[in-house]
Design a protein around this ligand. Structure first.
Ligand SMILES: Nc1nc2c(ncn2[C@@H]2O[C@H](COP(=O)(O)OP(=O)(O)OP(=O)(O)O)[C@@H](O)[C@H]2O)c(=O)[nH]1
Ligand SMILES: [Mg+2]
Length: 602
């Protein structure tokens, strides 16, 4: 059968998943009554809530008699390693670029990977329905990007499609149509059929799928020969080890689902059920003539966090899984499928060092665990420092900020304070486009400050660039925090009285404990306060009800915001019901003693 394998790649939010949905619609994978209005492809709960793709996904449609396998990829930079791996299944890529934003840091990263693999690109300038969009300028910028990334002559001749995934049209020019078929035609025309290599079976496992009844499923493109149901195969692993096993069931992708088949021939993407203990990167090969494909590089972690059991006074009240044993088993299990994650024992039996690709990568894991019923304590995220030629090096990132011109001064100030250096400043429509080189450390906590100082107008993106020498101290959070003195319920009376001291993270009537962070201090320095005093009863009105407070609503921070907020001596208590900020040392006197001895040794 005639096949095309394409991956859709882009910077976060440039419209990949929306386009995949439109491809499914246009090729009539849905019946009329299956319209849901939501992105069907972002099917995981967390994906829906956040409106981002976390896991790459395969679909397959038939267009003009040709089977088109499409891989939707995540655009967030924390998941860049996953994109790199799934590109191995593709022969061509659709590089989506937002017609206003133009190429962004992740556009560069994914394009570089695709070009290096020799894939055939089609550029899709998406979102041309946006007012103020600049498709021609963006096209030029994309060309320049290809050029800078050493694209071959052939790659530089990329075809360009313009359109709006959201409005369901694509065209070879900017003129609006009412369908996406010009894009489908471009795929058939410009993406080559997969190379079909004759010989003994070779299929590299490039991604994983799960099914509650089938278990772990290995997904990859059959590169050579064919694979059959019931076949004896050799699984060649990264360390060169070979395990003999049998293929239980085979599937190919069809629409949003999979179809059981008895054989898959080189060129098609296939899902294999019944393999044990396989890893991504392993090659499924002929049992008698096992030959491995080149191993896949796994992205190194750039950030670490301490995951510990919940040791707050509220331990065990809201979760099911609370022991270090639970925590350890769960984290180890995660490393089987979450390739960029590493887990190590720490000095303490009750906590583990967890290494990942960034705040979002680790945040998604924590969020998943709390939904499963875990309670845990999370420490401040740390970037991974390396010793290179005897000197201390740290990760640096490219930071891109687009902001209305009136705020650009503030943005530059803010980034410079955090040891960022400006590389580019140019005008982009009505916005100022700024690019910086900044230590990853400086990025932690930057987003919220950036939004505050630009009235929410700044759009920022960053991506790991390289390790460079340590840049010296970077100021942490400006403001101190208010800590609860007592373990009790907060009262509206107390919170009211403390309104001018800080902005609260808790509501009146909420249980808090001594050492818990209940508000951000309006000034630097921490303050221990009593937020649980009952109103002095001057008459017989019931306490609580009468002092309907003038208190400002509490600040709601997402898990990731909390992760970026806390300082070295603070941590986050995560349970299925709550996210609480606290000091690592809850007791006030102990805390003082420790900070005094730290000051002496410093
Ligand atoms: N105006 C406009 N908005 C679009 C278009 N395509 C997508 N969007 C919107 O852009 C947002 C992001 O779309 P997605 O399809 O989720 O983007 P994505 O590239 O899959 O994002 P990640 O998977 O997180 O990298 C959504 O709010 C879409 O409705 C378009 O053509 N025009
Ligand atoms: Mg998506």
């Amino acid at each position: 059968m005639n096949i095309r394998n394409i991956a859709i790649i882009a910077h976060v939010d440039h419209g990949k998943t929306t386009l995949v949905d439109k491809i499914l619609h246009a090729t009539q994978v849905f019946r009329e009554n299956q319209e849901t209005g939501e992105l069907i492809m972002d099917s995981n709960d967390l994906e829906r809530e956040r409106g981002i793709t976390i896991f790459s996904k395969n679909i397959s449609v038939t267009y003009k008699g040709v089977k088109v396998n499409v891989i939707d990829t995540p655009g967030h930079s924390d998941f860049g390693g996953e994109v790199e791996r799934v590109l191995k299944m593709a022969d061509g890529v659709l590089l989506l670029v937002d017609a206003f934003e133009g190429p962004m840091p992740q556009t560069r990263f994914v394009l570089q990977k695709a070009l290096a693999l020799g894939l055939h690109p089609i550029v899709v300038i998406n979102k041309v329905d946006k007012p103020n969009c600049r498709p021609d300028e963006v096209h030029d910028a994309v060309f320049e990007l290809f050029f800078n990334l050493d694209a071959t002559e052939e790659q530089l001749n990329f075809p360009t499609i313009y359109g709006s995934s959201k409005n369901g049209w694509m065209n070879t020019s900017i003129a609006e149509t009412n369908n996406i078929f010009p894009l489908m035609d471009a795929i058939l025309e410009h993406v080559p059929e997969p190379k079909v290599n004759e010989g003994f079976l070779q299929m590299q496992i490039t991604s994983l799928d799960y099914s509650s009844f089938l278990g772990r499923i290995a997904v990859g493109k059959v590169a050579r020969g064919s694979i059959k149901e019931g076949q004896q195969i050799a699984l060649v692993q990264a360390d060169g080890g070979i395990k003999k096993m049998k293929i239980k069931e085979l599937y190919v992708f069809e629409g949003m689902g999979k179809k059981k088949v008895t054989e898959v021939i080189a060129g098609d993407i296939c899902a294999v059920v019944g393999l044990e203990n396989f890893n991504i990167g392993d090659t499924i090969a002929d049992a008698e003539n096992p030959e491995a494909l080149p191993t896949i590089s796994v992205d190194e972690p750039t950030m670490s966090m301490l995951f510990g059991i919940n040791n707050s006074p509220f331990f065990g009240k809201e979760g099911k899984f609370v022991t270090s044993r639970h925590l350890r088993d769960r984290l180890m299990k995660e490393t089987e499928k979450n390739l960029a994650l590493k887990v190590e024992d720490s000095d303490s039996a009750d906590s583990f060092n967890v290494y990942g690709r960034g705040i979002l990568h680790l945040g998604i894991l924590i969020e998943t665990m709390r939904r499963e019923g875990f309670e845990l304590t999370i420490g401040q995220p740390q970037v991974l420092v390396k010793e290179i030629n005897g000197t201390k090096h740290e990760p640096y990132e490219v930071l891109v900020v687009d902001v209305p011109a009136e705020y650009s001064g503030k943005v530059i100030d803010l980034v410079t304070q955090r040891k960022g250096e400006m590389l580019v400043m140019e005008t982009k429509g009505e916005m100022q486009h700024l690019e910086f080189d900044i230590p990853s450390r400086g990025l932690i906590g930057l987003r919220s400050n950036m939004l505050t100082s630009t009235a929410g107008e700044a759009v920022m993106a960053h991506r790991f660039h390289e390790y460079k020498p340590w840049k010296g101290a970077i100021p942490g959070r400006n403001n101190g925090v208010l800590l609860s003195k007592t373990t009790e319920k907060t009262t509206a009376y107390s919170i009211d009285k403390l309104q001018d001291r800080g902005r609260f993270f808790v509501d009146p009537g909420q249980d808090v404990y001594a050492g818990q962070i209940i508000a951000e201090h309006i000034k630097p320095g921490d303050l221990v306060v009593n937020a649980t005093e009952p109103k002095k009863l001057t008459n017989h009105r019931a306490s609580g009800s009468d002092d309907a407070s003038k208190a400002a609503p509490k600040i709601q921070m997402s898990l990731e915001e909390c992760m970026e907020y806390i300082q070295q001596d603070e941590c986050i208590e995560v349970t299925p019901k709550s996210i609480r900020l606290r000091k690592v040392i809850l007791n006030e006197d102990d805390r003082k003693r420790v900070s005094k001895s730290m000051a002496q040794t410093a």
